[in-house]
Design a protein. Sequence first.
Length: 346
Amino acid sequence: MRKLFMAALISGILFFMPAAEAEIETYIGVGNATMNETENQEQVINRAKGYALRRASEQAGVYVISQSKLRDLELVDDEVISITGGLMKITDEKVEKSLLGGEVLQVTVTVTVQIDSEALQREIDRRLEKQRPKTPIDRPKPIEQPKPKPVEQPKPPIEQPKPKPPAPTVEPPKPPAPTVEPPKPPVPTVEPPEPTIEPIEPQNPIEPVTPPVIEPSGTWLTDEQIMTSDLLEAINAEREKAGIKPLKRNSVLAKGAKTRAEELTRQWSHERPNGQKWVTVLPVSFQQKAQWEYIHRGHATPQEIIDWYMSQTDNKILNPNYQDVGIGYFYKADSNEKHYWVVIFS
């Protein structure tokens, strides 16, 4: 009865455990194409869109290649594009048209895609398991039975030879001389004919797999990774001019800053929408290390933020005591400010 109760309790715990949420990564690709004499507008737009999807797949492929090298999985470029393209979902597509020299149509297509990193990891693990050789199963060796020793049979008594009567002294006739046969001629050795090897026709090369074109859905998102990297580079450039060591990007601070940037679209304050202080967005082990939070909105480029920093008398980006930084950026198209930034120093 006690065992049945414990089994039911464990089953209930497993049933009500929350499932882990998949982490969605966002990438942006830009493709350009110029219409030639044999194309119409729809064809040149599709060609530019294909270039943009490949750029986005290459960005996601950086993660695939790093994981494959870390785990000894050899992948070629077409396999990387195939893996990312099969798991890629377009969330927005933007088409811009312009005339070169007033006559030639040029099309620029910007696509925003999302990839489930957990599904991407499962695909890498599946290919890794397929490539790894199977280990042979060690089977136990059969136990050798001792061989029975042969039983010695008693030897029969040795018979004594009977004495023979003396033979008469008669000279035997001489045997005739042996007839010498003439030597046989040597048999000629016949060499076997050399086998004729027919040339093997080369097989047709396999065409690379083109990632499927996925219809766009959702809202347009600006590339958060490029914007935050450009701002960090601009901050370190100003610190270098002042003779101060550059800041290092901390992934934990960056994840918290990204969450705070999204929260600013709902409540513009250093206090979070749930009423807690901004520092609670970080793990407990990082809350004492985090010293300052800058929040910005409406700045469309990192250079606008740098200009604002350098116009302040108490400039935190030039504080030599800060060593790590996390930068978050969020774009909300239906808001008045649109651009929201958070910079956390530690």
